[in-house]
Design a protein around this ligand. Structure first.
Ligand code: XMP
Length: 318
């Protein structure tokens, strides 16, 4: 029978057998469960010969980069944090089409990652946190003539380096990845984290992206996520976040008329993200989130809740 401990033991042996004794391995860390578990597994197998690269693309959640980098360091991982927000913002300037933004973010990520990867002497492998559903989805997406949304977390490796690819989680489902992560001592904070898209807030800011909009959305999103955690609702939804809409609406504050931005809250229940229902969060809770965002985040004067299910709506708005 499959147990996480057996999986860890046999995966560690297999990795030690496959990866040569002097080979260095590069892995892109995202702060998500999959790449973090892959890192811990590889770290157990080859120690500091695993070189994690964690890129701050300027589109992460509020304080996420610092918090997660600290967690990785606390786990003893050999990880380099790369602060590259300005590069991403530059690449995104003037872009508002969702796919164009995804491509710009993906391209910039590869450039930054590639640059860091070249600094690792003796690099022979690129490790990836690909899990079974990614394998299936990338086959079906690329096998059909229509791409609904291009996901950039599969593929995109530095090609002039001739790296071989190693994907130790390739046969695992998400719940198994979490069990393996728990067996390897991954902190609950990362283990139970909601999925978060590679392009991050870049596809939750509808239209063009500016550092000011990122700041606004980060603060609204943090209010929502922190309250979900405080009210013990976080683990009951599959994914949650806020979207910054490209419209302004009229409001009133004191005896002043305001004309500010609208944030849409999105929370869904799901098993695998392929289908999803909007989460039936309590009205009192939504009221608290709305009040807190409007009171604390100057520049947002209206909060709405997305009550669309997937299909036909998608989880992300872009
Ligand atoms: P949708 O919006 O298609 O999202 O219902 C399904 C799941 O995929 C995530 N998602 C992405 N993840 N790159 C990613 O790495 C992307 O471009 C991307 N677009 C959507 C989304 O957050 C949800 O978990």
């Amino acid at each position: 029978t499959w147990t996480p401990d057996h999986f860890v033991d046999s995966a560690v042996l297999a990795l030690q057998h496959t990866i040569g004794p002097d080979d260095q391995v590069i892995l892109g860390l995202s702060g998500g469960v999959d790449s973090s578990v892959a890192a811990l597994l590889l770290h157990r197998a080859i120690g500091p010969r695993l070189h994690g690269i964690f890129v701050d693309n300027g589109l992460l959640r509020k304080d996420e980069f610092e918090t997660v980098l600290k967690a990785y360091e606390g786990l003893g991982l050999n990880v380099t944090g790369v602060r590259a927000a300005p590069e991403f913002y530059a690449a995104l300037t003037g872009l508002s089409d969702p796919e164009a933004k995804r491509k710009a973010i993906g391209r910039t990520f590869i450039e930054v990652f590639d640059r860091e990867a070249h600094k690792v002497e003796g690099a022979a492998w690129l490790a990836q946190g690909t899990i079974y559903p990614d394998v299936i989805e990338s086959v079906s997406v690329h096998g059909s003539s229509v791409t609904i949304k291009s996901h950039h977390n599969v593929g995109g490796l530095p090609d002039d380096m001739n790296l071989k690819v190693v994907e130790p989680l390739r046969m695992l489902f998400k719940d198994e990845v979490r069990e393996v992560g728990a067996a390897l001592g991954l902190p609950g904070e990362i283990l139970n984290r909601h999925p978060f898209p590679g392009p991050g807030l870049g596809i939750r800011i509808l239209g063009d992206i500016t550092p000011e909009k990122v700041d606004l959305l980060q603060r609204a999103d943090a209010v929502f996520i922190n309250l979900l955690k405080e009210h013990d609702l976080y683990s009951h939804v599959w994914q949650a976040g806020a979207m910054l809409l490209p419209v302004q609406s009229v409001g009133v504050m004191g005896d002043e008329r305001t004309y500010e931005r609208v944030v849409a809250l999105r929370a869904v229940t799901s098993v695998d993200g392929m289908t999803a229902d909007w989460a039936h969060l309590p009205y009192e809770f939504l009221a608290e989130v709305s009040n807190k965002i409007i009171n604390q985040v100057r520049g947002i004067n209206r909060v709405v809740y997305d009550i669309s299910s997937k299909p036909p709506a998608t989880i992300e708005w872009e």
